[in-house]
Design a protein around this ligand. Sequence first.
Ligand code: FES
Ligand code: FES
Length: 178
Amino acid sequence: RLTGSKLSCGEGGCGACTVMLSKYDHVDKKISHYAINACYTPVCSVHGMAITTVEGVGSTTKLHPVQERLAKSYGLQCGFCSPGMVMSMYTLLRNNPEPTALQIEHCLGGNLCRCTGYRPILEGFKTFAQNGCCGNPSACNASRQDEDNVLSRLFEPSDCTPYDPTQEVIFPPELQTS
Ligand code: FES
Ligand code: FES
């Protein structure tokens, strides 16, 4: 009865069904997270791994910072792609709480949106980037100043709840021993 993940193309092309797969590497003793397309992932292939769907992110009374930023930046219209967008961004943050703007752009490479357009989605999520840009701060700061003279921001990033990795659900301990 978890209806958050969406079935759209059913062949790995749209990302609406994205969920987070987490697995423990017994050699490296490390937990890694992967955004995967649920629509073509056989259940038997995830034996011993944890799956987090969008229902495991935030709650009905408190949005996760990823969901909050998507909403505040007006990054959704019909909302069909939103669970997948959230899960791709969420997975990146679980692996790397301080991503660059370029990594954020890349993590959404498999997620299609047919109605909002990508600017508000990216603008919302790029507030998680520590340098807020592509890795060339001086070039980006200059172009941002130009932009600020022409465009108004879609929202005020400082109004958003900061991302706190210590508040995330832990990896199931029983899967670290199996
Ligand atoms: Fe489109 Fe899974 S439903 S990638
Ligand atoms: Fe409608 Fe993205 S908000 S498809």
